[in-house]
Ligand binder design. Sequence first.
Ligand code: G1P
Ligand code: ZN
Length: 542
Amino acid sequence: MHLKTVSTTPITGQKPGTSGLRARTRTFMQPGYLENYVQSAFDVVGPLTGKTLTLGGDGRFFNAEAIQTILKMAAANGADRVVVGKDGFLSTPAASAVIRRLGTDGGLILSASHNPGGRDGDFGVKYNVPNGGPAPESVTDAVHAQTLEITEYRTLEAPDIDLGKVGENYLGRMVAEVIDPVATHAELMRELFDFDAIRELFASGFRMRFDAMHAITGPYAKTILEEELGASEGTVVNALPLPDFGGGHPDPNPVHAAPLMAELFGPNAPDFGAASDGDGDRNMIVGRGCYVTPSDSLAVLAANAHLAPGYAAGIKGIARSMPTSRAANRVADRLGIPCFETPTGWKFFGTLLDAGLVTLCGEESAGTGSNHVREKDGLWAVLLWLNILAVRRKGVAEILSEHWALHGRDHYSRHDYEGIDADAAERLMDGLRDELPRLPGQEVEGLTITMADDFSYSDPVDGSTAERQGIRIMFGETVRVVFRLSGTGTVGATLRVYLEQFDPDPDVRHGECEVLDRVARAAGALAGIHERLGRRSPDVRT
Ligand code: G1P
Ligand code: ZN
């Protein structure tokens, strides 16, 4: 075994951000490309001497090869130990849990989240800091600068280690410790939730379907739901993580998890349905004949969290991303706790969680979590729902309508226009920005604009600021439209239009579509979506 230095391949086009570096798998497979990011991260957080890192990924194509590469680089960079999930697997929330519980000096997570995988799909890598959360912008900016600077990386010439066997291996002087990827996370879940109550729920005949979408949560869900909580065998479907997610798009929403929706809305539907994404941080919740929007899910979880042992003392506060509906605010008001509105992206919750200002956080994009880790956590949300269902002994639909009866209902939908021309997208947003001062007082589709701005945020803990985080347009207190461009795509641009209408006295028979139809027309007219993008309807409605 000997050390060597090898040339890196420049990272062009993609700027590594707080979700790390994401690009086409083929791009990542170029020799020296992944290595450029990894060496830069090691340079920024290093020296690694005396340090322990966590390492794992969502099992997508190129995961195992990337793990071996990173292990050898960590050894060559002087790390003491790397803790790696068996088969190279760790869900994103599990990686966060391992970093925190074992107290490692941060870690590397291989994933492109909910983006399709495979040789022709996407791949990604990100560095998480010792609190278990995504690295802050100061760190990711430094890593980006370093990727432009370095021309070589350090590695160890050594045979691959056996990732299939739990135990310790040596790479030079470094220990590569292969761990059970599920154990640490399961232990944490056992502390937070009333497993006995959930076990009784299943024993009483409660039926559930969990669609792991051939992604990383399969092994976690099998172990926890079926083996430990007694859900019947076959509750978890598509449980085997596959390198290309079985050709699917591992994003748990009604469009990409259509089979689960069909089952829950069909004859002989189970009581409860759930799904999670490629790396296990997102979740979708469905009751029998009833889809729960992520915004409503956050609100219901916040209102009922005290029913789970881990939150029995009550929650300190809630944080939601700006485009997430205001349903969480209504719960916070009633509980007399603060509700923070942050820009899109989990990293903005980190400071609030670390400072103990909030206990629960969530995003409309199917991310929900709490202070137990510093990532969103799909299975955590599912287990909290189960705990609530086990204690309240009511169906999802009943819990939801009782929630709306008490708090009112925030009808909500997100429309995505995908793969649009990046310049046209920028022009559309700039056009809206230019109009902002002239919007208040204008009438669109019979709705009068009362406020319009481009959301900016100042972090109450560290004072850092974020500008231009999305255009908010209010039509009185009840109707809101938000426009923003996606920051996570790898091809072209995606325009997201978030539509919302509050109904203080809801009629549960109304679907989101009919209620939000007029709001959608107003949004389309305001932004000139058809004229500017040539699109008559969105690609995805969630
Ligand atoms: C999307 C979601 C956002 C989430 C992010 C990472 O980002 O909208 O809520 O934090 O993925 O999972 P976007 O593509 O909108 O920038
Ligand atoms: Zn994800």
